[in-house]
Write a protein that binds this ligand. Structure first.
Ligand SMILES: [Zn+2]
Length: 369
């Protein structure tokens, strides 16, 4: 047990979310509980992780979640382990929530994205269909998040673009998307910033510079692609070619990276397999399954095309494997699924509740600490 890496989870405590401040001590080694000396509350080691208050041994939960993240049908797990189906659905939900928290904390940070590809897939669920829109950074193959909606409309696309914006720095950024017209408006609407002048009223919104949009429109006849049209919607061909050169070593405008990722999702999410029988009942279940799979893809699986050669003396060469998260510089090693599930996402620092009037001396002292 290491109190130095633990923080207090009590939102009313002035040391909440602070790591290494010396306020955490060991309360009980037998029960594996910590104590916060600032607010005098005790909490278990698994607080803030996906294992919190689970009665099944940790190893078993990790195995079941790993199987789920690689597309093992729920019925197979029920038959093999003898758990109730609802238990497994519950674990998947927990693991998905944890994946989403880790994703938002580590992936949802501004970075130079270079090229982003977005696409939607049609998912059959019980009693209808839903659309799953996802985005990917081409250079690192990092999955940037996804959204689900019953309709393939502006709302879905805007929500996806907002996910991308959360990860973007104001640097040259190329979007390669399909022919869906809503993308253009959504990108132009979301990538704007208020221009504050100090005058009264709502500030004017100024679009970001260096946002380029290219579309790949496929024409189908009898469910087969017969022609591919590439069009530049925003920016010049020269600028787009420079970004393509930088992010994928040249080549044409394409959406093949995100389409490859869609194929991975289809094979690793039992509910997404075409003509499969393991359909999801709730959109919520699909959301958690998507975040579980996405975070396992980002953090826990090596991507073959991301490996880099290391040249050793004597003309020898060794390959170093990387996960998308390593390639993006979010971590330095391959995570195990257990590591993903037990990662403690830091809490936002404590802020005193707003009160009218002059702050009391106690509040002043707590905020200063
Ligand atoms: Zn505390």
């Amino acid at each position: 047990m290491d109190p130095q890496s633990i923080f207090c989870h009590n939102s009313d405590c002035c040391a909440s979310g602070r790591v290494g401040a010396g306020n955490i001590g060991i309360h009980s080694r037998k029960d594996r509980r910590y104590i916060c000396h600032e607010c005098n509350t005790t909490f278990t080691e698994t607080k803030g992780t996906a294992f919190y208050r689970l009665r099944t041994p940790r190893d078993t939960v990790v195995i079941v979640v790993t199987l789920l993240a690689y597309g093992c049908p729920m019925q197979a797990i029920v038959a093999a382990f003898g758990f109730d189906e609802r238990t497994i659905v519950h674990w998947q939900e927990r693991a998905g929530k944890q994946g989403e928290r880790v994703h938002e904390h580590l992936v949802g940070q501004p970075r130079d994205l270079g090229q982003v590809q977005g696409d939607e897939i049609r998912v059959k669920k019980q009693g209808g269909i839903v659309w799953m829109a996802m985005a990917l950074q081409v250079q690192t193959r990092l999955w940037l998040g996804g959204v689900l909606s019953v309709h393939r409309d502006g709302q879905l696309i805007t929500a996806l673009i907002q996910k991308v914006r959360a990860c973007a720095l104001c640097r040259p950024l190329l979007f390669c998307v399909d022919g869906c017209q809503t993308y253009v408006g959504a990108i132009q609407r979301v990538f704007r910033e208020p221009l504050r002048t100090g005058k009264r009223g709502r500030p004017r919104l100024r679009p970001w510079d260096n946002i380029y949009i290219a579309q790949v429109v496929k024409q189908y006849a009898r469910k087969r692609v017969v022609a591919v049209k590439r069009r530049v919607v925003q920016g010049s061909s020269a600028q787009i070619n420079a970004l393509l050169q930088q992010t994928q070593r040249g080549g044409q405008i394409n959406t093949s990276y995100i389409e490859r990722l869609n194929a991975t999702f289809r094979s690793r999410m039992a509910a997404l397999v075409r003509r499969g029988r393991a359909l999801a009942r709730q959109t919520e279940t699909l959301h958690y399954a998507m975040y579980l799979m996405g975070s396992v893809y980002n953090f826990c699986t090596y991507h073959k095309s991301l490996r880099v050669p290391v040249y050793l003396p004597g003309n020898r060469r060794r390959w170093i494997s990387r996960t998308p998260a390593v390639a993006a510089g979010l971590t330095d090693h391959l995570w195990t699924v257990e590591e993903l599930l037990s990662f403690r996402v830091p809490l936002p620092p404590w802020k005193p509740t707003k009160r009218r009037g002059r702050p009391s001396n106690v509040t002043k002292e707590l905020t200063a600490r």
